[in-house]
Design a protein around this ligand. Structure first.
Ligand SMILES: [Zn+2]
Length: 194
C-alpha cells in the first residue's frame, strides 16, 4: 500500500478486521514491519485484545516473533488463494495447523454460534490461536472468502472485497488498480508500435 493511503481500503466487518490488520503489520510496498521485535509483537497482540499483558506467560522472544511472522505470511498466502476460491496452499496450511496445535485450539460450544475453535493455551501461542479462532468464525459466517490480498506483487495489502461479484483484485482502485491499468495500456502501446 502506497504511503498513507490505508484509509482508501475498506475495513473487514467485526473482528475479522483484526486479522486484516495483523496481515497488514507488514507493509510490503513501504518495506516497513510493525512486528520488528518481540516487544512489538506483545504490544500489538495486547492492543488487539488478543493478549492480556498482565496475564501469565506473556513474554515473547525471537522464537515467538518468528512463529507469529510465519503465521502472518501463511495467512497472506491463504488470502491470495481467496481470489479464485483456491484451496489453502499446502505450506500455509501446515503452518496454520501447527499454530493451532501450539494454541491448543479446542472446539467450544458457544451460546449462539454453535461449535467454534477457541485457544486453551495462554501467552503468545494462545493469542495467535485467538487470531486463528477469528479466521474460523469468519469461515463459519461467510465473510472469510471476501478477505483478500492485493494482486499487485509489490503491494499484497489485505483488503475486504465488498464488490457484489466478489471480483475485487486490488486493495485500492485509485492506487494499485490504476497502476495495473497504466501498465496494460503501456504494454498495448508497445505492442502496437512494433
Ligand atoms: Zn494494492
Amino acid at each position: 500500500m502506497l504511503g498513507d493511503m490505508s484509509g482508501a481500503t475498506t475495513p473487514a466487518p467485526g473482528r475479522l478486521e483484526t486479522v486484516r490488520r495483523f496481515v497488514n503489520t507488514l507493509d510490503v510496498d513501504a518495506a516497513t514491519d510493525a512486528l520488528a521485535t518481540p516487544g512489538d509483537l506483545v504490544e500489538w497482540l495486547t492492543s488487539a485484545d488478543l493478549l492480556d499483558d498482565a496475564g501469565p506467560g506473556v513474554g515473547a522472544g525471537p522464537a515467538e516473533l518468528a512463529h507469529a511472522v510465519a503465521v502472518r505470511e501463511a495467512l497472506r498466502e491463504t488470502l491470495a488463494a481467496n481470489h479464485d476460491g483456491d484451496p489453502i496452499p499446502a505450506a500455509a496450511l501446515a503452518v496454520l495447523n501447527e499454530a493451532a496445535g501450539r494454541a491448543r485450539l479446542t472446539a467450544t460450544l458457544t451460546a449462539r454460534d454453535g461449535w467454534r475453535p477457541r485457544p486453551s493455551a495462554g501467552g503468545v501461542d494462545g493469542a495467535i490461536g485467538g487470531l486463528l479462532a477469528l479466521v474460523g468464525d469468519a469461515m463459519a459466517d461467510g465473510t472469510w472468502s471476501r478477505l483478500k490480498v492485493c494482486v499487485d506483487d509489490t503491494c499484497r495489502w489485505a483488503f475486504y472485497d465488498e464488490s457484489r461479484a466478489r471480483s475485487g483484485k486490488w486493495c485500492s482502485m485509485q492506487v494499485c488498480g490504476n497502476r495495473a491499468k497504466q501498465r496494460a495500456w503501456r504494454d498495448r502501446r508497445a505492442e502496437s508500435s512494433t
